[in-house]
Design a protein around this ligand. Structure first.
Ligand code: AP5
Ligand code: MG
Length: 215
């Protein structure tokens, strides 16, 4: 199974992906997490991505598609939840080509929707555990012990791009380049739209219901 989570920065893609990997026995492939790990490890991929990410701009399609090619090989045979990919129509078309070569296809794209103002508040209070992708929020879902991950006790980090001016730019980039990706999957009859406002559990229930409706 190949399921896509679409939606603006801060809508809850990473949060909901953590539920879906359990519910669907899948693995999460967050392009943002892969890129941040590459930057932390000082790899060529990280060097190519850093300036774009710091500014809140998209990393070029060819860099992302090269990375996805390698990841799909590595994850062959597993159900995959894509989080934060594809982010342009060119990436969506590139993914279709890669999957077709494997005799596979995208099953569905869940588009989480939300107002921009809600996102700025959520992201300013976000903390993340880089090793696992687990996401916390100082206001809505704090860790049990301040500053550390619930499961591993390792330090949580505040992402470099979670500053108000960069968040606003990421939202502009989203509306300009990524929002049209929903139309790409709508045309294929694969789009499921889910309201991303409300509590984490509300949204989880809506996502589950949308996927169940498929039978
Ligand atoms: P990426 O890491 O994908 O960031 P993003 O899309 O901006 O999304 P976020 O991770 O900020 O938000 P999210 O939807 O995952 O929300 P979360 O669950 O954390 O990308 C970063 C950068 O990498 C990009 O800017 C780009 O440069 C580059 N990049 C990545 N992929 C790329 C690609 N394919 N092509 C080109 N460039 C790419 O939740 C946010 C906060 O809200 C958390 O604190 C959480 O606890 C809280 N929260 C979640 N749900 C709720 C709720 N229902 N109620 C209250 N709080 C909630
Ligand atoms: Mg995320």
């Amino acid at each position: 199974m190949y399921l896509i989570l679409l939606g603006p920065p801060g809508v809850g893609k990473g949060t909901q992906a953590q539920f879906l990997i359990d519910d669907l026995k899948a693995v999460q492939l967050s392009t943002g997490e892969v890129l941040r790990a590459a930057i932390a490890n000082g790899t060529d991929l990280g060097k190519k991505a850093k300036t774009f990410m710091d500014a809140g701009d998209l990393v070029p399609d060819e860099v992302i598609l090269g990375m996805i090619h390698d990841k799909l090989e590595e994850l062959e045979g597993k159900a995959v939840i894509f989080d934060g990919f594809p982010r342009t129509e060119a990436q969506a078309a590139g993914l279709d080509v890669e999957l077709e070569k494997m005799g596979k296809a995208v099953d569905n794209a869940v588009a989480l929707t939300i107002d921009d103002e809600v996102v700025v508040d959520r992201l300013s209070a976000r903390r993340v555990h880089p090793g696992s992708g687990r996401v916390y929020n100082l206001l809505f879902s704090p860790p049990k012990n301040e500053g550390v991950d619930d499961k591993t006790g390792e330090a949580l980090v505040h992402r470099d791009d979670d500053q108000p001016d960069v968040i606003r730019h990421r939202l502009e980039v989203y509306h300009e380049s990524t929002a049209p990706v929903a139309g790409f999957y709508k045309k294929q009859g694969k789009l499921l739209e889910v309201d991303g406002d409300g509590t984490v559990e509300d949204v989880r229930g809506r996502v589950k219901a949308a996927l169940k409706d498929l039978g």
